[in-house]
Write a protein that binds this ligand. Structure first.
Ligand code: PPS
Length: 356
């Protein structure tokens, strides 16, 4: 039984199977039973439930598969890198800036989830790799063109790193981190703007401080609000499947304040050419209050209203609660960054100061 799309392994499988069955019938007293295919599959997965979940690999990584891979198909329609989130850290700004580079192209937008494909972390994964590849253009030059996708909910997903590494072992992974308290607050505001019932009903403080006896909708909202900010836990999971050299941890605060400097680092990390001068291509738009793409004639192309929302600042009680909530996780993050030889972002240093 294999979940690798049925390219090569099973050509001999049928022959072997028939001969094995004949052998058993001829030389043993075993009575062989069979079932119609669907019932057989049901029975099989009852016996081996762990095999219900496929783990797709790249068919072109194995010569035997590649040799019989359909002529119409290619393995070039896969990303060379991914922006994995977490949500509300500036992933859309990074996405827009990456697209400005002449050698970088993204996945096609999904009708359901806008610029995000959300393959590895959802049931879309069960639609298979052909479904995933359809989201990517055929690159005009495989070695110089950089395809990517950004799905901001990949970062905290339990399954994603393992699944991504099985299909895209050489991919580079870009993640953005801002102060997890600010991220949680921005996410809550996002839910309110999208008229999430629970977010409209409960104040931010009620969400973050809910205890285990709270109603289930509040608990669920709390989890989705706070869990992505447990950065060290999620990063360790990514590092179980990808070597540190393939993972870039970007300071989201720096991307917001000095995007050209960050984009220079990103270009180096990806090894993409030609060098693109973001200092000339980006400008700060005072009306938007953020850096935007500079267009001909001095006009700007900024992100839409849903990015860079206006909402009141967090009050002191909330700030204190969240600083305490994330304290140990931030300490873990600082140890992890130290181990990776990476500098600590300013917001993390500030949070660590509060601990003392
Ligand atoms: N250049 C630029 N323009 C607009 N917004 C910027 C930019 N750089 C960073 N940010 C911050 O990005 C926050 C939204 O993050 P994401 O794009 O990751 O959100 S999402 O998860 O895709 O919904 C968004 O959060 P909010 O301020 O809460 O709206 C911004 O603070």
């Amino acid at each position: 039984m294999t979940h690798l799309s049925n390219y090569g392994n099973d050509r001999l499988g049928l022959y072997t199977f028939v001969n094995l069955a004949n052998f058993l019938k001829c030389w043993t007293n075993l009575r062989l039973h069979t079932l119609p295919p669907l019932q057989l599959a049901h029975h099989y997965f009852t016996l081996f439930p762990e095999q219900r979940n496929p783990l797709w690999q790249n068919p072109c990584d194995d010569k035997r598969h590649k040799d019989i891979w359909s002529k119409e198909k290619t393995c070039d329609r896969l990303p060379k890198f991914m922006v994995v989130g977490p949500q509300k850290t500036g992933t859309t700004a990074l996405y827009l800036f990456l697209l400005m580079h002449p050698s970088i192209s993204s996945s096609f937008p999904s009708s359901k989830t806008f610029e995000e494909v959300q393959f590895f972390n959802t049931n879309n994964y069960h639609k298979g790799i052909d479904w995933y590849m359809e989201f990517f253009p055929v690159p005009s030059n495989v070695s110089t063109d950089f395809l990517f996708e950004k799905s901001a909910s990949y970062f905290p997903s339990e399954e994603t790193p393992k699944r991504a590494a099985a299909l895209l072992p050489k991919a580079k992974i870009l993640t953005l981190l801002i102060n997890p308290s600010d991220r949680a607050y921005s996410w809550y505001q996002h839910q309110r703007a999208h008229e999430d019932r629970a977010a409209l009903r409960y104040s931010f403080y009620e969400v973050i401080s809910a205890n285990q006896h709270a109603p289930s909708d509040l608990r669920s909202l709390q989890n989705r609000c706070l869990v992505p900010g447990l950065y060290a836990t999620h990063l360790e999971r990514w590092l179980t499947y990808y070597p540190p050299g393939q993972l870039m941890i970007i300071d989201g605060q720096q991307l917001r304040n000095d995007p050209a400097a960050v984009m220079d680092e990103v270009q180096k990390f990806l090894g993409v050419s030609p060098y693109f001068n973001y200092s000339q291509a980006l400008t700060f738009d005072p009306q938007k209050g953020f850096w935007c793409q500079l267009l001909d004639g001095g006009r700007t192309k900024c992100l839409g209203k849903s990015k860079g929302r206006k909402y009141p600042p967090m009050d002191a009680e909330v700030t204190l609660f969240l600083s305490r909530f994330y304290r140990d996780h931030n300490i873990e993050l600082s140890k992890l960054l130290h181990r990776l030889g990476q500098p600590l972002p300013a917001w993390l240093r500030e949070e660590l100061q509060k601990v003392r």
